[in-house]
Ligand binder design. Structure first.
Ligand code: ASP
Length: 307
């Protein structure tokens, strides 16, 4: 098969302020270019989503890698998952504190372990044994996030309503990618610092298989962002790809997944979906979502707004 490749990525879905848009668009564009350049050279969909996500982990704009939201106790704890739709090989890590790029650790798990998922110090040890450098947690922390945590915790003490998903205080800036390669295989990746002021040890949907990320050539590849707890309870990634397997278009499956998230549990978030024919869908019920798409014919980068 000689398919025309496609890469679709997101950089979070939230009440993004006007002055954050430029940085999001720039970061998305860079990630799309990096992932698509690999696809053009014949690399696998797994290589492309890993590369695109790594670029966004390195960009402080997003809630992934350096620049992530902080936990209640002021640390960065990262989760990531990578899945290959060709053979369902999967690698995931959660609650890692000393890895610059958790998506590369997820790739090492996918490639080199009979297991699928590692957490905490075990994940860090596995990554180190396979050549990754361990860093100090402070290298992942930026001043903006110390300030954001302080403002959030102060507002909480004062009894302010939690506006994490739609209000001015909070944001959801998890990153993700889905790709179709020239051999007709699809893959998905998601990486996050989780939610602002999360309890240490909390794991969200992003790195859980079938929740914030899933890929199967027989259905579709998916990555989600948003309020992790409702997404997990609905196993929403798998819910969406199962609709595609049942014959629903990715466009309609994406819309209905977000409707289901809201109507069943009052959740907010965004989703990207791609099948092996290159058909895709994107939906969100947050005020804005950052995303980028590249195919042989077009490149689009944008921050869409819900009216
Ligand atoms: N879904 C992520 C989590 O709950 C947060 C996000 O999408 O930004 O950890």
């Amino acid at each position: 098969m000689n398919n025309s490749p496609t890469l679709l990525i997101h950089g979070g879905a939230w009440a993004m302020p006007d002055d954050a848009i430029e940085a999001h668009e720039a970061g998305i564009a860079k990630a799309v270019e990096a992932g698509y350049a690999l696809l053009e050279r014949g690399a696998s969909a797994v290589d492309a989503v890993e590369a695109a996500v790594a670029v966004m982990e390195d960009d402080e704009t997003f809630d992934a890698g350096r620049g992530s939201f902080l936990t209640q106790d002021g640390r960065v704890q990262l989760d990531a998952l990578l899945m290959n739709g060709e053979n369902l090989r999967t690698g995931g890590v959660a609650c890692v504190e000393r890895l610059k790029n958790p998506i590369h650790a997820a790739r090492l798990v996918l490639d080199h372990s009979p297991h699928v998922y590692f957490v905490g110090t075990g994940a860090e040890r596995f990554a180190m044994q396979h050549g990754m450098r361990l860093i100090d947690n402070t290298e992942l922390i930026v001043p903006r996030e110390r300030e954001r945590l302080m403002a959030f915790q102060k507002a909480e003490l004062e009894g302010a309503t939690d506006t994490t998903f739609s209000g001015p205080l909070g944001s959801h800036d998890t990153v993700g990618a889905v790709a179709l390669d020239c051999n007709g295989h699809i893959a998905a990746a998601t990486s996050t610092g989780g939610t602002l002021s999360k309890a240490p040890g909390r794991v969200g949907d992003s790195s859980l298989i079938g929740c914030g990320c899933y890929a199967d050539d027989a259905s579709a590849a998916v990555s989600l962002t948003g309020w992790g707890e409702p997404i997990m309870k609905l196993v929403l990634g798998k819910w969406a790809v199962d609709r595609v397997a049942a014959g629903v278009s990715p466009e309609e499956a994406a819309e209905s997944a977000i409707r289901y998230l809201y109507h069943r549990l009052g959740g907010y978030g965004g989703i990207i979906l791609l099948d092996r024919h290159g058909r895709f869908g994107l939906a969100h019920n947050t005020p804005r979502m950052a995303w980028g798409l590249k195919t042989a014919d077009a490149m689009q980068v944008g921050v869409t707004r819900n009216v």
